[in-house]
Design a protein around this ligand. Structure first.
Ligand code: MD6
Ligand code: FE
Length: 211
C-alpha cells in the first residue's frame, strides 16, 4: 500500500535522483525528537569554509563520522572538533528512515555512516555545490526535509549548468546516486514563515556513506 502511495508521489529529477513527497511525514515526530537529543550533545554551529567565510547554515552530525569544514579544508572526522569527543551515535529513527527511503528509491542495502544535520533560519541559504567528500560514489545520498519549505536548486554536472527549482516541504525526501551522484545542488534563501510543528526554521538531514 505504502509502495503504491509512493509510486504516485515520486518525481524523477534525473537518472538516479528521485523526490519522494511526504515519505518522512509519519516519522517526523521521532526524527525531530532525535535531532533535539543529538544537538544537545553536539550543538549546531556555523562552520568556516576553507576560504574563511562563515557558513549561514548551522550544522551538526551524528554517526561514525561528521562532515566538517575549516581553514584546512572539508573532511569527514570521527571526532567533533568542538567537544573533542566522537559524534553522537545515529538514532534508530534515522537509520530506519534512511534505509527505507534508499530502498524505495531503488538503492537497496544502503548503510549510512554519517548523518549531517543542517538548520536553516529565514534568510539562510546553501550555495550550489557537489557532495564529493565521500569515499564511494556508488552509494547514494538520502536527504530529508523538516519544517519550513525551501526551494531546492537542482543543477547538472557543471556549476554553470541550468538549475531547476523544486519546493521541498516537511517530510519530503530526495535520494540521489547513480548518474546524478555528483550533480550540483543548493538551497535558495529560506523564506520567513512559521511551521506548525517546527517553528520558524527548517532542518535537513543528509545521510551519507563517508568511508
Ligand atoms: C538541504 N541539502 O536540502 C541541503 N546534498 O538543505 C544538500 O546539500 C544535499 O539535500 C546532497 C544530497 C541531498 C541534499
Ligand atoms: Fe549537498
Amino acid at each position: 500500500m505504502m509502495q503504491d502511495l509512493f509510486t504516485e508521489a515520486r518525481e524523477d529529477l534525473d537518472d538516479g535522483a528521485v523526490l519522494m513527497r511526504g515519505f518522512a511525514v509519519d516519522a517526523a515526530a521521532a526524527l525531530l525528537s532525535d535531532i533535539a537529543q543529538v544537538s544537545a550533545l553536539a550543538p549546531f554551529r556555523h562552520l568556516v569554509t576553507p576560504g574563511g567565510f562563515r557558513m549561514s547554515v548551522a550544522m551538526t552530525n551524528c554517526g561514525d563520522f561528521g562532515w566538517v569544514s575549516d581553514r584546512r579544508g572539508y573532511r569527514y572526522d570521527p571526532i567533533d572538533p568542538e567537544s573533542g569527543h566522537p559524534w553522537p551515535p545515529m538514532p534508530v529513527s534515522f537509520i530506519d528512515l534512511a534505509g527505507r527511503a534508499a530502498h524505495a528509491a531503488g538503492y537497496a542495502g544502503f548503510h549510512a555512516d554519517v548523518c549531517l544535520i543542517n538548520c536553516y533560519l529565514p534568510g539562510t541559504r546553501l550555495t550550489l555545490h557537489q557532495d564529493r567528500d565521500e569515499g564511494d560514489f556508488t552509494q547514494p545520498i538520502v536527504s530529508i526535509s523538516l519544517g519550513l519549505p525551501a526551494a531546492f536548486l537542482w543543477g547538472g554536472k557543471a556549476r554553470t549548468d541550468k538549475t531547476r527549482r523544486y519546493a521541498l516541504h516537511h517530510g519530503d525526501v530526495v535520494v540521489w546516486g547513480g548518474l546524478s551522484r555528483l550533480n550540483f545542488h543548493g538551497i535558495a534563501p529560506l523564506k520567513d514563515g512559521n511551521h506548525p510543528i517546527v517553528g520558524a526554521r527548517r532542518f535537513n538531514l543528509t545521510f551519507r556513506r563517508a568511508r
